[in-house]
Design a protein. Structure first.
Lengths: 170, 171
């Protein structure tokens, strides 16, 4: 009788414990484990994405630095506002006389302010004019020389008149 | 060890086998609980790591976008500046090439260079000199050249030449 009782106790204990453990494992532990696994995968994936993005960013940053160094003067020039007196002072050394006259200011696509300027210049040789054109290309402003260009001989010298557009950022 | 034949043996609530089974399951339960604790802790850690990564990702993505915009802007400005410099250089070269064509016999009084048109006013010693030394090269550069001559008081020939490039009409 006693032995049967002991076996019954043992069986009840074993099955109760197994039932409780199964409930715990399947209802709590497995979902939590799955969540851990999914989250770990997500973190790994995000980390890989971040590394890729960081690499792209580094490459772009290098490219940006190179561009900034290469076009520093052009970027400064496009941000500068035109100054007649400064222009004459910088370029009059190439020629005998230089006069500029601001005609009007207009806007292009909301991006640029364009100043239309008439230029009258007197020089001794066409080489002076070529030098002036080269200096305009290297100047502190973005200047486009516009046709028509008129050359007239006055004594031993040449008078040239033309217009130019000076671009700066709005 | 004393052993009594009359004193009752102390009774236990749980038998040895049951105790053994309980200890076994208690150990398993402890391990499983520890595993559950590990999952809970790790999930919390991973969530905060994920949030930090997300914030970092958003920041870098924003900086990347700004950088892309800036690069585009610089490239546009550079292209624009280069197109203007090229235009100026072309004008300078056109004038330079044209001036090189003018022979010593021809004196130019006025030159007007506009888009596709070149007007020359000047004097020359004789018509053939102008035609051979200046008009021929002009004919090769322009589609059409019209010249009018008039004799001046000092017997030199005054000329006005108008050369034009015909613009191609698109179909």
């Amino acid at each position: 009788m006693k032995t049967r009782r002991s076996v019954f106790d043992l069986l009840v204990t074993v099955f109760s414990a197994l039932a409780l453990l199964s409930i715990f494992v399947f209802m709590v532990l497995v979902p939590e484990g799955k969540a851990y696994n999914a989250l770990a995968n997500e973190v790994q994936k995000k980390d890989a994405e971040l590394s890729k993005l960081q690499m792209q960013f580094d490459q772009r940053y290098d490219h940006h630095s190179i561009l900034q160094d290469e076009y520093r003067q052009a970027m400064k020039a496009v941000e500068r506002s035109f100054d007649q007196a400064e222009f004459i002072e910088k370029h009059v050394s190439d020629v005998t006389a230089l006069k500029v006259k601001m005609q009007k200011t207009r806007y292009s696509n909301g991006l640029y302010v364009i100043k239309d300027i008439d230029v009258a210049v007197r020089f001794e040789s066409p080489k002076n004019f070529y030098a002036l054109m080269e200096q305009i290309n290297r100047s502190d402003w973005i200047i486009a020389v516009k046709a028509p260009i008129t050359f007239e001989g006055v004594g031993d010298e040449i008078n040239a008149t033309f217009s130019m557009n000076v671009y700066s950022l709005n | 060890m004393l052993y009594s034949f009359i004193a009752p043996r102390p009774k236990r609530v749980l038998g040895n086998e049951v105790r053994l089974v309980l200890i076994f399951f208690a150990t398993i339960s402890t391990v499983l609980l520890a595993l559950y604790g590990f999952f809970l802790y790790q999930n919390k850690e991973l969530q905060s790591e994920m949030q930090a990564l997300q914030v970092q990702y958003t920041e870098i993505a924003e900086q990347n976008e700004m950088l892309i915009d800036d690069i585009e802007f610089i490239e546009e400005q550079a292209a624009f500046t280069e197109s203007i410099v090229t235009g100026n250089t072309i004008i300078k070269e056109q004038i330079n090439n044209f001036m090189d064509l003018v022979p010593d016999e021809i004196v130019l009084h006025k030159v007007v260079l506009s888009n596709g048109t070149l007007i020359l006013e000047g004097s020359t010693t004789d018509r053939s000199s102008f035609q051979n030394k200046l008009q021929l090269p002009l004919n090769s550069m322009f589609h059409e050249t019209n010249v009018t001559y008039s004799t001046q008081e000092d017997s030199t020939l005054h000329f006005i030449s108008r050369s034009t490039v015909q613009k191609e009409s698109r179909p």
